[in-house]
Design a protein around this ligand. Structure first.
Ligand code: FES
Ligand code: FES
Length: 151
């Protein structure tokens, strides 16, 4: 089947989509990482009509006519999104496999709840697993991004 959707502000049409195919697979973008394919790790997080979802759990046809933003769509050309900058500055990137999904989730969190407490941040990011950082640097990055978003 054919699926048309908007990805990172660009109209896109994909042919030969299997109806059960995941949005993650259909996107085929390097920043939408496949780790568990079961909705457990958050590495495939994208924004679907502005809300974070695990793209491995969304069937591609469900995204037809909708707006998808991936980590690639957060940057403005060569200019990183403030959340991406905060991750770099806080040292929140080690192997980097979890990073794109976390950046998308944090960008959404900072936009919706710039004054979230550490507990609220931990709860909001509970679906994004990181095997490397111990999460403290990620929390630092969230605090930095939130402070810059609401000076
Ligand atoms: S690959 Fe989608 S949640 Fe892990
Ligand atoms: S930085 Fe390696 S899994 Fe998070």
């Amino acid at each position: 089947m054919r699926v048309s959707l908007r990805v990172n502000r660009t109209e896109r049409t994909v042919d030969d989509v299997w109806p059960g195919e995941s949005l993650m697979f259909t996107l085929g973008l390097p920043g939408t990482k496949n780790a568990c394919e079961q909705g457990e790790c958050g590495s495939c997080t994208v924004l679907l009509d502005g809300l974070p979802v695990c793209s491995c759990l969304v069937a591609a046809p469900q995204a037809a006519g909708r707006e998808v933003v991936t980590v690639e769509g957060l940057a403005d050309g060569d200019r990183l999104d403030p959340v991406q900058e905060a991750f770099v500055e806080a040292g929140a990137v080690q192997c980097g496999f979890c990073t794109p999904g976390l950046v998308v989730a944090v960008a959404d969190l900072v936009r919706r709840s710039p004054h979230a407490t550490d507990g609220e941040v931990r709860e909001a990011l509970a679906g994004n697993l990181c095997r490397c950082t111990g999460y403290e640097k990620i929390l630092d990055a969230v605090r930095l991004a939130a402070a810059r978003a609401s000076p």
